[in-house]
Design a protein around this ligand. Sequence first.
Ligand code: TH1
Length: 825
Amino acid sequence: MNAKAAKTQPSSPLDKAEFKAAIVKHLHCSLGTDENKANNHAWWKATCAAIQAQVLEGLRKTQKSHYFNDTRAVHYFSAEFLMGRLLSNNLQNLGLFDVASGALKELGVEITDIMEEEPDMALGNGGLGRLAACFIDSLATMELPAIGYGIHYEHGLFRQEIKSGAQIERPDSWRDYGNPWEICRPESIQEVPLFGYVETKYGESGRIQKEWHPGSIVKGIPWDIPVVGYEGKTVNVLRLWQSDSSDYFNWDVFNAGGYVDAQRENVQAETISKVLYPNDETEAGKELRLIQQYFFCSCSLKDIIRRYKRAHGDDWSRFADQVVIQLNDTHPAIAIPELMRILVDRAELDWDQAWGISTKVFAYTNHTLLPEALEKWPARMIEKILPRHLEIIYEINHRFMAEVDKKWPSDNRIKAKLSIIEEGNEKMVRMGHLSVIGSFAVNGVAEMHSRLVKSDLFPEFDALWPGKLTNVTNGITPRRWLKACNPELSKLIDKKIGSDWPKDLYKLEALEKYADNKTFQKQFMQVKLNNKQLLADEIRESLDIEVDVNAIFDVQIKRLHEYKRQHLNLLHIMALYRRLLENPDYDMVPRVFIFGAKAAPGYKLAKDIIYAINKVADKINNDPRVNNKIKVVFLPNYRVSLAEKMIPASDVSEQISTAGKEASGTGNMKLALNGAITVGTLDGANVEIAEEVGDDNIFIFGLTVEEVHELKDNGYKPYDYYYRDPEIKAVLDWLETDYFTPGKPGALVSIKQSLLDHGDQYMVLADFRSYCDAQIAIDEAYRDKARWAKMAIINTAKMGKFTSDRSIKDYVERIWKLSPCKIEN
Ligand code: TH1
């Protein structure tokens, strides 16, 4: 680079020599060690520190540019951000991966070894949290002004160990040895009031004034994680709040109010951000969870308002032009009454003005229709923790009921159905209703899901406010989920069609014309084989199981839940095993069934299914009669970094939820992008994947949503399938014996019971036969090497739609109305 170019680009990326020097400097000066003594952990930290300087430079410029351009920004409120590891991603996005790898090599260190030192940032449960992480990657890549707001959990999702087949939960401690990416910002600490009581005052103008006298105050400390966009121009932040006890103790509040609060609560301030609730799609109903939600919403809103006031003072008229807040499910819905409280009680706007602003600021994403996941809080609990917010919720509801009455005069049934308050033994506040009423846009996460949100979940809201309910199909970032996790395939693609696909995933379509090309098929499948070999090594190391890389790698990776039907997969494996025992010549392509799944600690049947998978695995893997035709592998502690190893090595992607239950799914997209063929139901985004790849390149089976409804309405009887299908009967009866659990008969019986005596809610038995047929069709396709290679290539080629950049573009155009902001030097 000539001197002039260097001058206009003061932060030009490091070259190899500079990178080496930077790493060594950090070994010496930050870590107090040297090249001879450093272990992998120290090398990892020094490498992170070496790029952090450049990251922070990008962050500074980004914040300056956003400030000077007074940009409108999206604020993504989410209780979960499942970030995974950051080193590899940041290196990729800065374009420094090869430089770093070369620099380390010259220092005698393998970059792949040091990357293994990084603990996952597992501040999320599953799809919802990972979606938030993909979205902030896309927002930065697309140079959009955005900030992620969440909770700085001390312990992320538990670490899973398997002992004698059963799941054991261990605490996750991702920060025990420090986190090189995060920056503490004590200058932006916020205070959050809790508990106490509300005083009603009458002002001079006759205006009723409410004053909340909190019973305690906690402190929110912000930690910023830089989010580096691809090609490194925009660096946004993820701001996570950690709770702590307030400096001036609660005596201040106590004295000011002069009030001895009988129901004063002692939530230890530090416990608020201590641990992530491990329930995916079940609402915990716990007081601490509500406090967590309010804690991060209150901190984040105050942070937004502080920034707004710096530019606009007390003029609220432009607030909704500058600020849009996306609520990632209802977990942050309490932000709606919190903003109303700030506007009405603090800024002293009148209600209509405040509501006018609020309802232009919030938008809400619904991620599920499952009743057990729809949040409801006892009104009494809200009253105790947030007395003023309950009043505000009642006021919102009162005015909303008047609007309902205009549309459906004197219809009490519809009022009861739409009310934010669910009457009953215990009054409950429905957070979904609050979110729809308080937002200007509501979206589902896949076409089919959004259609069901309109037709089944919120039909009256759709009638009341046509156009408010919409769809934004989920997506995944191709930077992490192809470029970083599958370097060999990425290089092959670069060679074939050029290297701009990570920013424009539709470019992958150019691969389609090579789908029949024998040479390209060979290259593509050779990459797959190499990735399978890497995973096979991992499986040997962690479980001491030998798997054949020429077998089909059949992968089901997701949280364990009955609706996701890991047990359907298991029953099919048992059926295959049985066929092999009855007929040693049974003709099947050797298959390795690979699972990764965590069960919520309190979800008994989910844990029983994990246990059953492991017990069946033990038996099959050690039965010589199987002749290595089936292997079953349960990889413990499924997490982002493990997904990054499994996905590139998969041949078959199991997406087998009961139709209508999986809102979207995102693992389905990651696997197909890496050339795995989906076996799936017409559920969630599978429907759109099928549209993209075409019927010849996916294995669809099972009941449709309509058929599921019809069968339910006509009285679904699982026993009919049990008696009519001898194979179903045989495998279910097998669960009752001690064949898989020697000496412990009945250890697996809960699965059989759930499918027969408890009514098989998720229609596993109804879909069993059609699932088996799909598996036979997979075998047939796999035997034809050229056909399989073609299918795999087409799957990769047709995933353009599922980049999270497209999702973000949809949000921007349909909901957020944002413009990109170029970053100046
Ligand atoms: C998931 C949905 O199950 C999944 O289909 C979707 O792809 C993903 O969100 C992203 O949109 C959900 N995760 C949670 C987690 C909690 C509550 C509800 C949902 S829905 C805690």
